[in-house]
Design a protein around this ligand. Structure first.
Ligand code: NAP
Ligand code: GCO
Length: 267
């Protein structure tokens, strides 16, 4: 098969950060299905253990490590440990992320900084840790999980939007600075995806009706539904594979068309 149509990840070592569940887990599962060896981390051993069990249920022998991605020393030793125990990382997915939904003028600087730390500083730290070995190996893929908030704002998500907007530009800068070493850095911009992170926006109301924000997203999405984490698997496999070797610095939005649509007239 011509390498440019090769979506296989056979022989590739993939690190997905924060992938015990949610979008990271779905992306790792899809990549394992394409032949990748999966490595993931989470903050707590309990979550890592749960993640390993969840991967095993899918027939995937994942390698799990405890690591806070905001801790540069811990990240550097994680990467060294992975290289020693599993192999050089071919594909990095910067997935770990948090959100704090607080009106900006009520948000403490500490809370703001914590979101920036996980959602922007950590992708810098982990990318910086894996790029030298990618350069030595002569190839690498970095996929940053951005957001619609890389493009839009909305009430209560100032820190998150600032971080995800920054992550879009960090993606473009890594692509610019390391493209000559055959390293491609792209982003995936999920729309609204049904995961624990968005559960508060989908809570059924006391009268049994859908959350107003849930109704809003349904009306704004041509597909008329929230995304599933599994909707992100295929795009992630593409960006991790040789088939995307000339795709660099792009943000691939997987949003069901929400950014193209003015929205359905309220009934
Ligand atoms: P999630 O369900 O909240 O999962 C986030 C994962 O990141 C969890 O496993 C979490 O572990 C881990 N994590 C958080 N801080 C960490 C740290 N300092 N070090 C290591 N791991 C850490 O979120 P999700 O919905 O799957 O989202 C995953 C990514 O997609 C995030 O970057 C998010 O911003 C982005 N995204 C989500 C949506 C959506 O609609 N869901 C849309 C666009 C983009 P703990 O459980 O221990 O905190
Ligand atoms: C929010 C949501 C969004 C999604 C996602 C959209 O509160 O608006 O959490 O931020 O998580 O980032 O792409």
């Amino acid at each position: 098969m011509d390498s440019k149509t090769n979506f296989s990840l056979e022989g590739k070592v993939v690190l997905v950060t924060g992938a015990s569940y949610g979008i990271g887990f779905a992306i790792a599962k899809a990549m394992a299905g394409a032949g990748a060896t999966i490595v993931f981390n989470d903050i707590k051993q309990e979550l890592v253990d749960k993640g390993i069990a969840a991967y095993a249920e899918e027939g995937i022998k994942a390698h799990g490590y405890v690591c806070d991605v905001t801790d540069e020393e811990a990240v550097n030793s994680l990467v060294a440990k992975i290289e020693a125990e599993v192999g050089v990382i071919d594909v990095l997915v910067n997935n770990a992320g948090i959100i704090k939904r607080i009106p900006m003028i009520e948000m403490s600087a500490k809370d703001f900084r914590q979101v920036i730390d996980v959602d922007l500083n950590a992708p810098f730290i982990v990318s910086k840790a894996v790029i030298p070995s990618m350069i030595k190996k002569g190839h690498g893929k970095i996929i940053n999980i951005c957001s619609m908030m890389s493009e839009f704002g909305r009430e209560t998500v100032s820190a998150y939007a600032a971080a995800k907007g920054g992550l879009k530009m960090l993606t473009r800068n890594i692509a610019s600075e390391y493209g000559e070493y055959n390293i491609q850095c792209n982003g995936i911009g999920p729309g609204y995806i049904a995961t624990p992170q968005t559960a508060p926006l989908r809570e059924v109301q006391p009268d049994g009706s859908r959350h107003p924000f849930d109704q809003f997203i349904i009306s704004k999405t041509p597909a008329g539904r929230w995304g599933e984490a599994s909707d992100l698997g295929g795009p992630a496999v593409f960006l991790a594979s040789d088939a995307s070797d000339f795709v660099n610095g792009q943000i691939l939005y997987v949003d069901g068309g929400i950014q193209a649509y003015i929205g359905k007239q309220p009934s």
